[in-house]
Design a protein around this ligand. Structure first.
Ligand code: F3S
Length: 397
């Protein structure tokens, strides 16, 4: 692999042991993939920070870099953790022993020591990150959260591969990642197109994502011709394609801010009936215990729309909505959080029902969501999870 003089110096340890270790990780993975060189990044987003998912070895791994004196070379944000920092019990049923909290806090402390911004969200694009760091179309970043990576590539035109937690951490320290996959122009040009008739709301978009993944065998991103009802539906589609498969991007006609090129050689139509079938198969019969919105983390607009749909009805099921702290603060400022509180809804910051230990404290409970990603992971964690259109969620409340 070609390395610049500066990169070689860092690899030799002339900029400290931590940076040398980070460079070794990046170079080794890049070489294994056949990357010819590295690329400078403007930002990193680290996933794999929830103590529930990474356990003690994961925390110790993060700390091992911090204890070597590592500093992030680029602005770095962080994915959700196991609980709402200010009020862990906002996640229904959660009772966490002090020892558990201490382990999670150790990970956060180490990340903060290295210079991370602790917004703790999977939607850094709703928390002002692109604006704050002037991230623009064509910029290279190393993001770890698969749904955020798909959103960055497909909606913002910001380039990232799906980096695992340790790789995003190493890239943040090195200030570089390997030049491969989504960083390269040609690799972003679709060769297979999928079209679907009619408008798609959030759950429909998620169901479409799963169908596209089941059909898509090409290594390049798919080209999607579909009409989404809004940004939340686009986000749910992208979260679904990155959950059901390993895609890092979908080129969405009319939205993705770059040319798709002229390499499309196959065109497939997804029947509306297939989406209907998926939704009929996944919807709950009878009552549920929880209605969950905000995977990936919700925007303020969505929260407002949901509350408008609910009106002043008394809730039978518990409503949980997860979001970034920034969005929560806006919701507070605009009186939306108070409206939610009056209904008895739980607005969860810093975390979500999937990466928290919610499943351990609510075994066998029934959760309906408009997020394919949340349905997918919760049902694999022993929760009876279902998928429904946003407007239908209200009927379970
Ligand atoms: Fe975000 Fe949790 Fe979903 S981290 S993408 S809300 S699984």
């Amino acid at each position: 692999m070609f390395l610049t003089k500066e990169e070689e110096r860092a690899l030799r340890g002339e900029e400290g042991e931590a940076k040398a270790r980070a460079m070794q990780v990046i170079v080794r993975v890049g070489e294994a993939l056949g990357a010819e060189r590295l690329v400078e990044i403007k930002h990193a987003h680290i996933s794999g920070v929830s103590f529930e998912n990474i356990g003690e070895p994961g925390v110790e791994f993060i700390e091992s870099f911090a204890s070597l004196g590592a500093r992030f070379s680029v602005p770095t944000s962080v994915n959700p953790i196991s609980y709402d920092v200010e009020e862990p019990s906002r996640i229904p049923g959660l009772q966490l022993p002090p020892e558990y909290l201490r382990w999670q806090e150790r990970a956060l402390k180490a990340l903060a020591k290295m210079g991370a911004e602790l917004e703790l969200t999977c939607t850094p694009y709703y928390a002002g990150v692109p604006e704050r760091y002037n991230l623009k179309k064509g910029d290279h970043v190393a993001w770890g959260e698969s749904s955020a990576v798909a959103y960055a590539n497909s909606v913002l035109g910001i380039r990232s591969n799906r980096e695992g937690g340790p790789l995003a951490l190493a890239a943040a320290i090195a200030g570089r990642t390997y030049y491969y996959g989504m960083h390269i122009d040609e690799e972003r040009k679709p060769r297979v197109e999928y079209s679907v008739e009619g408008e798609l709301e959030e759950a429909e978009a998620g169901a479409l994502g799963e169908i596209v993944v089941s059909l898509h065998k090409d290594s390049r991103p798919p080209l999607i011709r579909a009409r989404f009802s809004g940004d939340a539906a686009v986000r749910e589609f992208l979260a679904a394609v990155s959950t059901a498969g390993d895609l890092a991007m979908a080129h969405i006609a009319g939205l993705t801010p770059e040319s798709p090129g002229e390499e499309v050689r196959e065109r497939l139509e997804v029947e509306r009936g297939e989406i209907e079938e998926a939704l009929a198969r996944l919807r709950p019969e009878g009552d549920v215990d929880f209605v969950y919105v905000g995977c990936p983390h919700s925007s303020l607009g969505e929260l407002r729309e949901l509350l408008d749909m609910i009106g002043s009805r008394r809730l039978r099921a518990k409503l949980v909505i997860s979001m970034s702290r920034s969005v929560f603060l806006e919701a507070l400022k605009e009186g939306v959080a108070e409206r939610a509180a009056r209904l008895g809804a739980a607005l969860v910051r810093d975390s979500c029902l999937v990466v928290s230990p919610f499943y351990r404290f609510n075994k066998g409970s029934r959760v309906v969501t408009n997020s394919f990603k949340a349905y997918y992971y919760l049902s694999r964690r022993g929760v009876k999870a279902y998928l429904a259109r946003t407007r239908d969620l209200v009927s379970y409340l």
